[in-house]
Unconditional design. Structure first.
Ligand code: ADP
Length: 474
């Protein structure tokens, strides 16, 4: 089971939560904008309403003026058109008062004001009506009524009432506009804050998602590295065991041969003697010789088994193998960085090899190079490849270390040859076994400019991978 690190677990739950919160914020913003629009529409309708009221008031003013003008016209001229116009003005006055009352119907104070206005207007129109009825024929009586109207100051009262209504309505309009402005500003501010919050949370969510993806990628890479390492360790253990048993078998063969010789010599001596238990001793020595031969056969079988070097060859990319091995080896060299250069010939990239085993060879050589360069001021590693003869690819691993120790240069590919206090001296010997099992060869040299160069060959898998370059034309 894979255990997810706590950090990435937290991130993986935070990102969707933040995305949800962002979505919610955007919904709230949309709601706030909608409400604001509704309020705006309301306040527009209030402005419209006030305008309607003001229009109705000025209509009443106009109708009062028309009624009075026509009354005087009729009184002075006696022309009927004046009395007709007066009649129309009076009707208009009544209907405009009705519509004004309907308009302000939701405001009790206004309704009371309009009712008071209607009272004054009715009284005034009643006077006007009487004057029209009397006409120019009864001018004196009519003038008395006019005089009475002047005394009653009815026209003035109507005017005052209309002006008061206008003022109140305008004040209401101003108040409503101010209130609307304040609310709009507050709504705009809240919306802007929410918007900033939403954008910020969207940005954080995006960042967290990216971080989560990067962590997942890193985990994937780590897991790949781990499984690669595990596989290499397994192969390394097997190779080490194989190499050690092979070396032991080689070492034991000689003493076993000597034992066999001694036993056979002893048997001959016993047979030539006159010892009473000669027969028994000979039989025991025969058995000893048989067991020695058996031990030899067991060791031979072990050597054969190890030497068979079974490999699982497939077509692989040399660059991929080298990069994987570098990634593994770099884990141990983090404290002392090494300048690494890959100079691999793309035309010779395909090789027919046991990938894990060749990775092991790369790993051994790279690790040795890193260890050799540990205390060097200049640490450079170059891995190069090029096509070689006989369908092979030559690989070179060069370092800027101190070069090969003269004492070991001759036998460093033999098992247990090491100059390191905690070394096993098995790595190069395993590498040689692997390379030979692939039909290649491995060698080391110390170039004049310093450092060590290991070079080995592997079978190429490319179609016509080795194409000798044409000789340059003279
Ligand atoms: P180990 O690393 O355990 O000693 P190896 O078989 O890998 O075993 O190496 C054998 C010896 O070869 C090392 O002890 C070292 O002396 C020598 N050697 C290997 N690689 C290098 C190198 N790049 N530079 C110098 N010496 C090296």
């Amino acid at each position: 089971m894979t255990v997810m690190p706590r950090k990435s677990l937290a991130t993986s739950t935070q990102a969707p939560l933040l995305l949800g919160a962002t979505l919610l914020l955007f919904i709230v913003i949309a709601g706030a904008l909608f409400l604001n629009l509704m309020r705006l529409r309301d306040s527009f309708s209030w402005v419209q309403h006030t305008n309607d009221v003001l229009l109705a008031i000025s209509g009443i003013q106009r109708a009062v003026l028309e009624a009075e003008t026509n009354e005087r016209g009729y009184l002075l001229t006696g022309i009927d058109s004046y009395s007709d116009a007066y009649g129309r003005a009076r009707e208009a006055l009544a209907s405009r008062l009705d519509s004004l009352r309907a308009l302000v119907g939701d405001n009790r104070e206004h309704v009371a004001r309009v009712d008071e206005l209607r009272l004054f207007v009715d009284m005034r129109t009643a006077q006007l009506g009487r004057v029209i009825e009397l006409g120019p024929e009864r001018m004196h009586e009519a003038l008395d009524i006019l005089e009475q109207a002047r005394t009653d100051r009815l026209t003035e009262r109507v005017e005052t009432s209309l002006t008061a209504l206008t003022r109140v309505e305008q004040a209401l309009l101003t108040e409503r506009m101010h209130k609307h402005d304040r609310e709009s500003l507050a709504a705009a501010l809240i919306t802007a804050c929410l918007l900033i919050l939403a954008v910020a949370s969207a940005a954080i969510a995006a960042f967290l998602l990216e971080h989560q993806r990067a962590t997942a990628r890193q985990q994937e890479a780590d897991q790949r590295l781990q499984s690669l390492q595990a596989e290499l360790m397994r192969v390394a253990r097997l190779s080490t065991m194989g190499e050690m048993s092979s070396a032991l078998a080689h070492e034991l063969n000689q003493p076993l041969g000597a034992i066999t010789n001694y036993v056979q010599g002893s048997r001959r001596l016993v047979e030539a003697s006159s010892h009473p238990d000669k027969a028994k001793i000979s039989a025991a020595l025969d058995k000893a010789a048989q067991q020695t031969l058996r031990a030899g056969a067991v060791i031979q079988r072990l050597r054969d088994f190890v030497g068979r070097g079974e490999t699982d060859k497939t077509v692989e990319s040399l660059r991929a193998i080298a990069e994987d091995a570098l990634a593994l080896a770099s884990v141990v060299t983090r404290d002392r960085p090494v300048d690494i250069a890959l100079a691999l010939d793309p035309a010779s990239d395909r090789v027919l090899v046991d990938k894990v085993q060749v990775q092991q060879v790369f790993l051994n050589l790279i690790r040795n190079a890193f260890e050799a360069m540990r205390d060097e001021p200049e640490r450079r590693l170059r891995i190069g490849s090029r096509a070689a003869a006989a369908g092979m690819v030559e690989v070179v691993v060069a370092d800027t270390g101190p070069g090969l120790d003269a004492q070991i240069a001759e036998r460093m590919f033999q098992p247990f040859a090491t100059t390191k206090p905690d070394g096993m001296g098995i790595g190069l010997s395993i590498s040689q076994t692997i390379i030979q099992a692939h039909g290649g060869s491995i060698s080391a040299s110390t170039p004049a400019e310093g450092g060590t160069v290991f070079s080995f060959t592997l079978p190429s898998a490319g179609v016509g991978a080795y194409e000798p370059r044409p000789a340059p034309a003279d």
